[in-house]
Write a protein that binds this ligand. Sequence first.
Ligand SMILES: [Ca+2]
Length: 415
Amino acid sequence: MEILEKSNYNLSLSFQKEITQLQAYQRKIDVHIEMLKNLTRRVQIMQMGRVAYTELEFELIKTEITQMEAIVQELRASLNGSNEKVEALYAEVHNISVTVNQLENYDKNNVLAVRREIASLQRRLEECKHNQTQQSPFQVEYGKFGSCEHGGIMNISKPLVVQLNWRGSGYKAGGWGKDSFFGSTEKGYWASMLENNALNYFSSVRLYNSYDDLLLYKNYQDKTASDSGNGAGMILYNNSLYYNCYNSRDICKHNMVTNKLERKTLPNAAYNNRFPYSFSQYQDIDMASDENGLWVLFSTEEAQGNMVIGKLNSSTLELIKTWTTTVYKPSMSNAFMACGTMYATRVTNTRQEEIFYMYDTNTEKEARISISMDKMTDNIQSLSYNPNDHKLYVMSEAYETEYAVFFKSLSKEKL
Ligand SMILES: [Ca+2]
């Protein structure tokens, strides 16, 4: 009896052990079925060619398949081929392994070869970029903004579309940016849109407290001047909006703090759409600022429509000095000042502008140049430089867009 009991006990122990082991196998199988499902999904995506995959991903999948094959073999051996789930698993792993091998063979001649080519091109591009950086454009350290110890503009970055103006895509023309008085620590942004009609006038400017507020269209103040303005040549300079007063050759100065408006006639300036830019109606008088102060870009009958650069006294609005260029203002799409040099753009095509001309008021020399600027829309309606961050602020058919300006180093210029 005792022997029987003991034998029974041992049998029960052994049975228990078998059960536990079977349960463990079951868990293992369930886990591996899940792994297989995941693997199948990935291989299917590869087959459909929906995502980019690399040699490394192939290798990883192949390694996983090999591991699974080994585990499934092991399971099969332990269960003597008596478990349906394991058999199904074994068949699927085998299928997936065949598929991946086929994919790889197909791929060796096609996709991966193209990918290697692309990788090599990318490497070469990176090398080019690296070399270009080593040729050192004017390296601007923080706090070095304001220095004009450079050889003029070298190139312009790709455009960054910051946002659609708050009034929407129906309002295409206007100006925007940051206070462009050199040394301004103002963190806010401004934007002013022309009314959506043929008159091209505006009467207010929206001020945002910060970049985030601009992006979220919140925390703003609208400032309305007693006199409205013409064209999108306005800029915010030392807390005042400077612009061409409506239907006149006057320059208006609207103080954002006191709301006071001052105006002064710009002698002989053409106005009322006489010499606007090529695609910016009524922008006869375009305000600009740079490291050297406040400027006005305009034309006169005497200059026969050619661009005239005027240096302005920002307090009294008096014209200090003018320089007459040899380029017809309506042939330009816009213009801006940087370090006392005027740069003018023209349309190359619907996706590119070219800075094609410069006039240096320091040396009174002009030059034809060619610096291309990509754009997102057919035309641009305003373009201003800010000396505090070396950026160009552009209104590109309702979209507020910015570009970084890179200057040539002086040493490179001398070489
Ligand atoms: Ca401009």
